[in-house]
Design a protein around this ligand. Structure first.
Ligand code: UGA
Length: 435
């Protein structure tokens, strides 16, 4: 099939590349000409394991191409995926849909024959209706069908998540586009993905409800971890014990820092805003947002306590600063709250991240990037394990920090407290006792 992906961010690029790998003819379009030129030369603008190889392979076999010419790319394609950003509006908590509607207007000038127009971006309920209205203004009736097909891939696991999804959700109000999309996804359905056809509005809401539910699950376990700390219970036992109940499930029950990234914080806000718009108080999600916003402060309080409230001139080493492992994405990472706070209080911060230097900290005083784990961990007072990269999972801390008695605050529970005690390392983690 001939596909056009509009927007080469995470969702557009990964799904475009994967669709081409499944044998489709795909043009990825972006108005950012620099990005397109880089992609044409095989340079990937995001860090995503495995993506570069797939781009090279499918560009070489001519199934995948990149362009900044929307009009021509749309003309050549039968299925158009809108994959542009829907960030939170500068004021309020609703989603800014200007990019989506901008694309819809461009499309209305480019449609020459029947096209399926799909929102893959996360868009609030009724966005599809609005796109339809924009296109209808140009007397294009019967020349298009607007469909919602949300994407559920995670950064860092994006290719695997695309190829082996738990489900494919297609929301369309007509049978024709449903049939075509079922065919497009047939290689994934053959491998076990469940295909679910719903109304367009339902598909739009499934995406937000899923992200809000996952954010709730994480926030729930984080609050239970707070309780475990007070009563000397290991949160990992609780996660295992709860997760084995198939009604609950074990995934997304890992306690840690506040959830971050480009999706959960924005989507939880946007769904509450949709609730308000339709006079429905989504109070559970509102309280999840509040709890998560408080979490970085709560973990910072533990840092102050570990250092006996003497932060000034203490050297603190952060292992990982992105919002989670296997990504270079800093958006809404809890390190963006913690590092500026500690720097303001006079700490000397060194950070190491497998994805390198971060410009987000360049204006802060006493914050520096260490280009190796050894440099980061040498002569430090406190090590904060902030993300769960494999690189951090079996470190010999005593060897790496020869000069001082080491204290570790493991925010991802990567190590066993018992083993650390045996090694005579002062070790603190999340939801595993109050020491
Ligand atoms: C999330 C969803 O998981 C995807 O299904 C969805 O497609 C995507 O948003 C999106 O809407 O585009 P992502 O933002 O890549 O994916 O990250 P996650 O792996 O879901 O992690 C989000 C946050 O939750 C991270 O800060 C992570 O550290 C945290 N987390 C996750 C936990 O603290 N505990 C867990 O058990 C799992």
């Amino acid at each position: 099939m001939k596909l056009c992906m509009i927007g080469t961010g995470y969702v557009g690029l990964v799904s475009g590349v994967c669709f081409s790998d499944l044998g489709n003819q795909v043009i990825c379009v972006d108005k950012d000409i620099k990005k397109i030129n880089k992609l044409k030369n095989g340079i990937i603008p995001i860090y995503e394991p495995g993506l570069e190889e797939l781009v090279k392979k499918n560009t070489k076999n001519k199934r995948l191409s990149f362009s900044n010419d929307l009009k021509n790319s749309v003309k050549k394609s039968d299925i158009i995926f809108i994959c542009v950003g829907t960030p939170t509006k500068k004021r309020g908590s609703s989603a800014d849909l200007s990019q989506i509607y901008g694309v819809a207007k461009d499309l209305s000038k480019s449609i020459n024959k029947f096209k399926i127009i799909i929102t893959k971006s996360t868009v609030p309920v009724t966005t599809g209706d609005e796109i339809e209205k924009i296109l209808s203004k140009k007397n294009l009736s019967k020349k298009f069908s607007v469909v919602s097909n949300p994407e559920f891939l995670r950064e860092g696991e994006a290719i695997r998540d695309f190829i082996f999804p738990d489900r494919v959700i297609v929301g369309s109000n007509d049978k024709r586009s449903n049939k075509i999309l079922k065919n497009l996804y047939s290689p994934l359905i053959a491998k076990g993905a469940k295909y679910v056809h719903t109304s367009r509005r339902a598909a739009e809401l499934i995406k937000y409800a899923s992200n809000a539910f996952l954010a709730t699950k994480i926030t729930f376990i984080n609050e239970i971890a707070n309780l475990c700390e007070k009563i000397n219970i290991n949160i990992d036992d609780i996660s295992i014990g709860m997760g084995l109940d198939q009604r609950i499930g074990s995934r997304f029950l890992r306690a840690g820092p506040a959830y971050g990234g480009s999706c959960f914080p924005k989507d939880t806000k946007a769904i509450t805003s949709t609730g308000d718009k339709f006079h429905t108080n989504l109070s559970v999600i509102k309280s999840v947002i509040r709890s998560n916003e408080n979490r970085s402060k709560l973990l910072l309080n533990r840092v102050y306590k570990i250092l006996n409230n003497k932060i000034r001139n203490k050297t603190i080493s952060f292992l990982g600063v992105t919002f989670k492992a296997n990504t270079d994405d800093m958006r809404d990472s809890s390190s963006l709250v913690m590092i500026p706070d500690l720097s303001k209080r006079g700490a000397i911060i060194k950070y190491y991240d497998p994805t390198g230097y971060k410009k987000e900290f360049e204006k802060l005083s006493n914050v520096s990037f260490a280009d190796s784990l050894i440099k980061c961990l040498d002569k430090t007072d406190l090590v904060i394990i902030h993300t769960e990269w494999n690189d951090f999972k079996s470190l010999d801390f005593k060897k790496l920090n020869k000069n001082k008695k080491i204290i570790i605050f493991d925010m991802r529970n990567l190590y066993s407290p018992q083993k650390m005690t045996k090694k005579n390392i002062k070790y603190l983690s999340v939801g595993r006792g109050s020491k």
